[in-house]
Design a protein around this ligand. Structure first.
Ligand code: CS2
Ligand code: MG
Length: 402
């Protein structure tokens, strides 16, 4: 069996998605997500110019050998562009293997460990009152876990807060938007939000919060401590995580559970965090971390150290990534939670899938492979539009972390 063709499809049904389709001589095809928000075309070029020529003629069943070939064989290891491109190939090959075996992906991985995958939705509002109402709306939809973000008095815009409640989208067309940030204002405000949420809804719902890498370790320790009475499920991305050792200080100061990893792209970004048990949840997911073949190694390491998975699942990860992640979540023994930001109807039409939201859980279907496909003629109706994530400046103009 041979790979005879592979193509990259770029489509913008509301936001940009990059999809790799691998075609075999036996008529079976597989698809993988290759979307790297704000740097999409770098992965397109990497795949088209450097990866696809090496795939033609290879046996698509040899997933591990192809992974090693692309990782070790390129000499320049790791990095977001490389690991996203490898992930797209890897997921497309697992999709093909599932179709050949006539099995859903979770069966190939080791079978079902749970009935459904608990997901968390995003509630956001301009102020505490609006976010509290939004959390109520998510509870009415059946969510068991909800991430809450809210506007900060005195700041014109805040990460995670948008006009469109259901389809919050982190990127903007044309050029990067600029946000203004004040850690002091933020640290004073956030505990009040969670006090209100617990007063309004009690302690049965899981509440989560994302700091988006904006704090120093000692500030993170303080926030974690201030939030302890409200029993968060997790506090995410408190500090920029290039230095894994930074988490030792945070850990010494708070019992609030910590999650990190959506910007990581390999096991080497998180091995200290995991083996020293400095975090509770690892968020590195399939699309930006070398695919299923690499993420399962991270999950296996995490399992030994009682760290659970909590995969990234924002709207810039396509339904293809969501499908693959849900199969992984259905199998992985040390599953924690899965992020679920709903895609727009236009996106769901371009990527027909068979997963379903039911009472706070996402459930995968039994279609062979990961169960998601791409409607190429519909995808062609939505041409690429350059878009960027925002940047963030302090009030005096200094460029800061976004
Ligand atoms: O936790 C999250 O979902 C966020 O941090 C994302 O919205 C993130 O900003 C984007 O996915 C970046 O592309
Ligand atoms: Mg995040």
């Amino acid at each position: 069996m041979k790979i005879i063709d592979a193509k990259v499809i770029v489509s913008c049904p509301g936001r940009n998605f990059v999809t790799l389709k691998i075609i075999t001589d036996e008529g079976v095809h597989g698809i993988g997500d290759a979307t790297l928000n704000g740097r999409e075309m770098a992965v397109v070029a990497y795949l088209e110019d450097h990866v696809i020529p090496c795939l033609i003629g290879r046996d698509p069943q040899q997933i591990e050998d192809i992974w090693q070939y692309l990782y070790r064989g390129c000499y320049w290891r790791r990095g977001a562009v490389t690991m996203t491109a490898i992930a797209a190939v890897d997921v497309a090959l697992w999709d093909i293997k599932g179709k050949l075996a006539n099995m859903p992906l979770y069966q190939l991985l080791g079978g079902r460990s749970r009935e459904g995958v608990m997901v968390y939705g995003h509630a956001n509002g301009a102020d505490i009152g609006e976010t509290t109402e939004e959390v109520g709306r998510y509870l009415d939809m059946g969510y068991k876990a909800i991430r809450a973000q809210c506007g900060i008095p005195g700041l014109p815009s805040t990460y995670g807060v948008s006009g469109d409640k259901m389809f919050y989208e982190p990127a903007n067309a044309d050029l990067p938007e600029e946000n203004v940030w004040s850690t002091e204002k933020y640290l004073n405000h956030v505990p009040k939000l969670f006090e209100r949420l617990r007063d309004s809804y009690g302690f049965d719902v899981h509440l989560l919060h994302d700091c988006h890498h904006r704090l120093s370790p000692i500030e993170a320790g303080r926030l974690g401590k201030d939030l302890e009475p409200y029993r968060l499920f997790w506090l995410e991305d408190t500090v920029p995580a290039e230095l894994q050792e930074r988490f030792r200080l945070i850990r010494h100061h708070t019992t609030t559970p910590l999650a990190v990893g959506e910007v990581f792209n390999s096991i080497y970004d998180c091995h200290t965090l995991i083996s020293e048990q400095l975090i509770d949840y690892i968020r590195s997911t399939i699309v930006h971390t070398g695919g299923i073949s690499h993420v399962r190694r991270i999950a296996a390491l995490a399992e030994i150290y009682n760290v659970r998975t909590g995969f990234h699942g924002a709207t810039d990860l396509s339904p293809v990534s969501m499908g693959a992640a849900l199969h992984f979540d259905t199998w992985v023994p040390n599953f924690g939670i899965q992020e679920y930001m709903r895609h727009t109807d236009a996106t769901d039409e371009v990527f027909p899938s068979d997963y379903l939201f039911e009472d706070g859980y996402l459930k995968v279907g039994d279609a062979p492979g990961h169960g998601v496909d791409i409607d190429e003629s519909l995808a062609a109706k939505y041409p690429y539009q350059r878009a960027y994530l925002p940047v963030n400046r302090l009030q005096d103009g200094t460029l800061f972390n976004w």
